[in-house]
Design a protein around this ligand. Sequence first.
Ligand code: PEP
Ligand code: MN
Length: 368
Amino acid sequence: MVFKYESSPIKEWKGFKGRPFLISGPCSAETEEQVMQTAKQLAGLNQIVVFRAGIWKPRTRPNSFEGVGQEGLKWLRNVRQETGLLVGTEVANEKHVYEALKYGIDVLWIGARTSVNPFAVQEISDALNGVDVIVLVKNPINPDLELWIGAIERIARAGITRIGAIHRGFSAYEKTIYRNQPNWQLPIELRRRIPDIPLICDPSHIAGSRQYIFEISQKAMDLNFDGLMIESHIDPSKALSDAAQQLTPNDLRELLSRLIYRNPNPSDPRLLDVLGELRQQIDVYDEHLLDLMEKRMKVAETIGQYKKENNITILQSTRWEEIINKVMVKGMAKGLSPEMIDTIFKAIHQESINHQMKVMNDEVNPKK
Ligand code: PEP
Ligand code: MN
């Protein structure tokens, strides 16, 4: 189901300077000086729309820096006055909302540890009823699209029209080079489900480390995201939170200058012709894939019938092992990634098992 709400397009948001809509600032507000210096340097880039700083910090373990609290809101208010940037911070409960609004904060975002919790999001939504601010909803830490959509829906119900979604990656038990897994298919699917919502990527929290921020930002731009939220600090290595992933404003300037912005809506007819033809090819291959899948499942059902008649279990582990090893070698030789081969064949195998189960339970009879 496509979810519709009364939305204000990002192009009409106050301060909009073109794509990408840029949000930057330290992970946490630490001192008045650190906040103001970072903000002035960022304002000097002439590209940043929103200055961000965490005032209340959700930390995994207690006894780490949990933010400066209300005091920092005054610093943000000063940033707004001195630089003209919009200012934004994270809110996790109604008290945060009331305090942030009291200090004229323009942008409130709901963090990943809060968007997982419908009680907390509802409380925030109630506190926002009838208020006109920008609200950005980060994806929940677990890769659950419905939870993300649910949080956005709760905020929309408060009458907020300037809502954005922030993709900051998802936690996974198995660690990779990134701190959080991008699972790009989730924001892509979110865009399909809520076509009007501005999509902002937070490469800092996906990367967890400065060196990967550029490649993730570029990917987000290639996927036609509307904006980026990138953490910056005047002295990143001394930051009290997320030291490894923050950039100096100067490094941010350099990163932004290297980004390539491709055209999401090409209008040159020759280009469209070529694209149209290539897309037709893709559609044909997709149909082939579906036809093949159908045929494969028919064979699986026949095997199911045979197993049923001969009282054999459905799962034959050695056979499955043999299949996955074989397709891995063949697929990689064709330039396919091991991750995709693994995902697709696990799904196909599961689908085969489901079809065989149906035969076993007499829901399907392949002989008919
Ligand atoms: C942050 O933006 O500093 C933050 C805590 O982000 P997240 O909720 O995405 O972890
Ligand atoms: Mn952070």
